[in-house]
Design a protein around this ligand. Structure first.
Ligand code: FAD
Ligand code: DLZ
Length: 508
């Protein structure tokens, strides 16, 4: 009997478990562009162009390999994945639906609870073994630990994969070279130009559709240049390994007004949609080190992001959902400032982070964490609102990876489950790591004046309003001592300015 194999927009890998468990020519694949997935947040137009085009190319590839594919185009008007699968099921009288677990609790729950009843056939859900750490392994690792820390999880993943290992010891005698990775970028070596892929006929067709159907979504659909096939994604990987990896470590935390992505890989949309696999990407980086083409601090730093952070945030997501979404321990409820949706701002750092987001559906990690993230944390922006913003605006955004980064790493809303202390910072951090402050209307050297960098007063405001929670935190005690030593009147002026900024965040 025929089975239906559902392939989601972020499951575009030939190695996918459900494809391995099915038979080309006998079983039938269902892929669908549907309103529910395209509209659960107002996705950036480039994210939708990327996914729809990559899905259409993948369907072509599957057909070329002998698969029968039912592909539902957006303009066929299907509301949900279930509706599309129901249509194929009624047409084929398939006996079973096969699917690889997905990246979002909402949909995974629907597969379990709704689909078997609605479809009247069994729905078999397979583990997604493109990831390195299965859920059970993460649960076993987390069980009984007083604190979860990425660093210890990461070491387990190094041992498991053998990446950068010399027997049972880490290559270079250290697990982590992060302390070597904090340089400010001064223009040398020159940054590579990003690899751009000219849109083919499929991408052009999708772009026209997106420009019409999603014209109300934040983001620029023009100049789309992402890879939409595995072949091109592999070219992007090679480009990164050759052109950027050697300096990835040194400038990982830097920001520069002339260079939107510095030496970052820009591989996250491909990894998350399945065009590249995490292990192959790490192995390519390790090979570059073995061949003497990239130093250890760069390669270790890069691999840590993938087998460390990426797997760790996924583990936390599935360990804690759905209750993770409810966390808001700092009671953050302020509205998201209009600048996040493109309103003008005098803060140069924020205007840069939003500009790259609007243009590319991408911003690098430090822009997300220390600019838009830090500002939202200091202002106390509503956790759900900022979560939905991050989920909407980046081409790599899926809830399993976005939510722990936003709610845990940025907003500290989980009370320290993901990271021990908040990444709160004043304007000094931006000044140290970028050239932004030199272009800014505000003065980074002061905190209590009407033209002082808003991050400065907001930082102390945050420290003051959360003193009960953080005062005795061993890594924050020094900050509280500095705050308490500050002149009483200056403190008052800073708090007044902080109050004003929180209340007038649309005027930043
Ligand atoms: P590089 O700097 O080149 O890093 C290499 C790879 O490591 C990335 O492609 C990514 O797969 C992985 N990686 C790096 N940092 C992280 C991290 N903190 N968590 C998970 N994986 C990581 N990443 C997403 O893939 N999707 C998201 O929706 C997402 N949302 C984020 C939201 C916030 C608030 C923050 C602070 C970070 C978020 N990140 C997210 C993590 C990170 O910012 C992006 O992975 C990175 O900027 C992607 O660019 P890149 O491919 O050039 O990364
Ligand atoms: C993000 C997205 C969008 C915009 N559209 C679709 C779609 O039309 N069809 C589809 O199968 N997947 C889409 N996706 C990705 C899904 O939302 C993603 O598979 C789930 O969120 C699980 O990670």
């Amino acid at each position: 009997m025929t089975r239906l194999v559902v392939v989601l927009g972020d499951q575009l890998s030939i190695e996918l478990a459900s494809l391995r468990h099915a038979t080309a020519g006998k079983d039938r694949i269902v892929m669908a562009e549907v309103r529910e997935e395209a509209r659960y947040v107002p996705h950036h137009p480039k994210k939708i162009i990327f996914l729809f085009s990559a899905m259409r190319h993948f369907a072509e590839k599957l057909r070329g390999l002998g698969w029968q594919v039912d592909y539902y185009y957006y303009d066929m008007g299907y509301g949900s994945l279930l509706e599309a699968v129901q249509h194929s099921q009624q047409k084929t009288m398939a006996s079973e639906v096969l699917i690889t677990e997905c990246g979002e609790y909402r949909l995974q729950n629907a597969f379990r609870q709704e689909w078997p009843t609605a479809l009247k056939v069994p729905v078999q859900i397979l583990h997604d073994d493109r990831f390195i750490c299965p859920h059970e392994e993460f649960q076993a690792w987390a069980k009984g630990r007083r604190q979860l820390r990425m660093e210890y999880f990461y070491r387990e993943m190094r041992r498991k994969t053998g990446l950068l290992m010399n027997g049972s010891e880490p290559e270079g005698g250290r697990w982590n070279f992060d302390s070597d990775n904090r340089a400010r970028y001064q223009g040398d070596p020159p940054c590579p130009t990003a690899l751009r892929f000219a849109p083919d006929a499929i991408t052009q067709q999708v772009t026209n559709l997106v420009k019409t159907e999603f014209k109300d979504h934040f983001g620029d659909p023009e100049h789309f240049a992402l890879a939409v096939t595995r072949e091109h994604a592999l070219q992007a990987l090679t480009h990164f390994i050759e052109q950027s990896l050697p300096w990835f470590g040194d400038y990982q935390d830097a920001m520069a007004s002339d260079h939107d992505s510095l030496f970052h890989s820009l591989l996250s949309p491909y990894l998350n949609a399945g065009l590249l696999l995490p292990l192959e990407v790490c192995q390519a980086a390790e090979a570059a080190w073995q061949q003497g083409k990239a130093p250890l601090n760069a390669v270790e730093g890069f691999i840590r992001q993938i087998i460390g952070w990426r797997e760790y945030v996924r583990g936390i997501y599935w360990l804690t959902m759905p209750s993770y979404l409810e966390n808001n321990v700092l009671n953050s409820t302020a509205p998201l400032p209009a600048l996040y949706w493109g309103a003008p701002t005098k803060m140069f750092c924020a205007s840069q982070a939003i500009r790259v987001t609007r243009e590319h559906a991408h911003a690098h990690h430090i822009q997300r964490l220390m600019v838009t993230g830090n500002l939202a944390l200091l202002l106390g922006v509503d956790v759900e609102e900022i979560h939905r913003w991050y989920l909407a605006v980046y081409a790599d955004a899926y809830e399993w990876v976005e939510l722990p980064n936003t709610l845990g790493m940025v907003m500290h809303a989980d009370g320290g489950l993901l990271a021990s202390k908040p990444y709160a910072a004043s304007g000094k951090y931006v000044q140290r790591m970028s050239d932004y402050c030199g272009h800014c209307h505000y003065k980074v050297g002061t905190a209590d004046q009407s033209d002082s960098c808003p991050l400065n007063a907001l930082y102390w405001h945050f420290i003051d309003r959360h003193s009960k929670r953080f005062k005795n935190h061993p890594r924050m005690a020094m900050i509280y001592r500095s705050w308490e030593k500050m002149d009483q009147q200056k403190r008052q002026r800073i708090i007044m300015r902080g109050n004003w900024l929180v209340a007038n965040s649309d005027s930043l």
